[in-house]
Design a binder for this molecule. Structure first.
Ligand code: CAA
Length: 299
């Protein structure tokens, strides 16, 4: 097995324009981080102009917040706004040298995206996937040059979480991995190199925590009690608040992936899947503290 750590940073490709595929919550968050930290043009696409506009609106709002908190001045805010562009035309990725996707968490969808992108970008461009638990090698198996694909996994909320997992497939080149580590450093994140194993490292740990929390509720302990039980562990939020932050569907998907690969080691709660279909699964008091399931979730 090849080492997963950072190869010589001299091998890293220079990144002068970033392409972000998808304009959902994760993609918009890291598009903002790319433009803020790398100060290079960032291009966002999605399958409809409406989705692109929603992503751009989020980024503009966050830039305004940074300005009103005094973190950046008006000139810097304008510079950032000018560097972000959104379109539905993937042809505009042609001059991007680092293209990262956060589209629907399904291997086939991601493969189709990369097949299309590979035909547009230069042969030197580095490709990255923000998948949280799918096999990066399998996603890249449709590429003519799978060595340029890496996993580049952000955590929610992207602006605050200090970590990025850089996932090395057996085919990945030192250039691609090195570029990932240098980009992560320029984003002011800590990067860890991981093998392309199910759930990488973080989601393997999280799926255990979330799965056991869901199991405790399935066994009859009220959700609020399970939430409180996590306080002594020193975690910044309880498991259900965390699931709510990450997204119930994402959490259910991660559980499924782990159970598929390691059925004897992970637990996937049927109730959690049912609840994932509800728009607001948790009831909260006026301070945002969880008080239990919402009425819809209990139906
Ligand atoms: N977007 C942007 N910034 C955010 C944010 C968001 N969604 N949520 C909080 N922040 C910022 C706030 O603006 C604030 O920044 P400033 O100091 O600049 O004002 C800072 O974070 C602290 O926020 P708060 O004081 O409101 O809240 P807090 O101290 O209670 O921290 C938290 C909130 C950072 C979310 C903290 O509870 C936490 O770290 N929770 C754990 C999150 C976690 O484990 N994430 C990983 C999930 S796994 C995943 O994402 C990947 C996957 O594949 C499933």
């Amino acid at each position: 097995k090849r080492p997963v750590g950072a190869p010589d940073k001299a091998l890293a490709r220079k990144v002068t324009k970033v392409g972000v595929i998808g304009a959902g919550l994760m993609a918009s968050q890291f598009a903002l981080l790319f433009v803020r930290r790398l100060q290079v043009p960032v291009l966002i696409t999605d399958i409809s102009q409406e989705r692109v506009d929603k992503g751009l609106a989020y980024i503009r709002d966050e830039i305004a917040k940074l300005e009103s908190k005094g973190r950046i001045d008006a000139d810097a805010a304008n510079r950032l706004r000018a560097l972000v562009r959104g379109t539905v035309d993937k042809g505009e990725y042609a001059d991007c040298d680092f293209v990262i996707e956060a589209v629907f968490e399904e291997t086939k969808v991601k493969q189709d995206v990369f097949r299309e992108i590979e035909a547009i970008v230069s042969p030197e461009a580095i490709l990255a996937t923000n998948t949280s638990s799918l096999s990066v090698e399998e996603i890249g198996s449709v590429l003519s040059n799978p060595e340029r694909l890496i996993g580049f996994h952000f955590f929610n909320p992207v602006a605050v979480m200090p970590l990025i997992e850089i996932v090395r497939t057996p085919q990945a080149s030192d250039e691609a991995i090195s570029t990932g580590f240098v980009v992560a450093k320029n984003l002011k994140k800590n990067a860890i190199g991981t093998a392309d194993a199910p759930g990488f490292v973080v989601n393997r740990l999280l799926a255990k925590v979330m799965g056991e929390a869901a199991r405790a509720v399935d066994e009859g302990t009220p959700l609020v009690e399970v939430e409180k039980a996590f306080a002594p562990l020193g975690l910044p939020m309880g498991p259900f608040e965390l699931i709510d932050l990450v997204g119930w569907k994402v959490a259910a998907h991660v559980q499924d992936t782990m159970v598929r690969h390691f059925p004897e080691r992970f637990y996937s709660s049927e109730n959690l899947h049912k609840v994932a279909e509800v728009a607001e699964p948790l009831a909260k008091d006026k301070h945002g503290k969880i008080t239990g399931w919402s009425k819809d979730a209990l139906k």
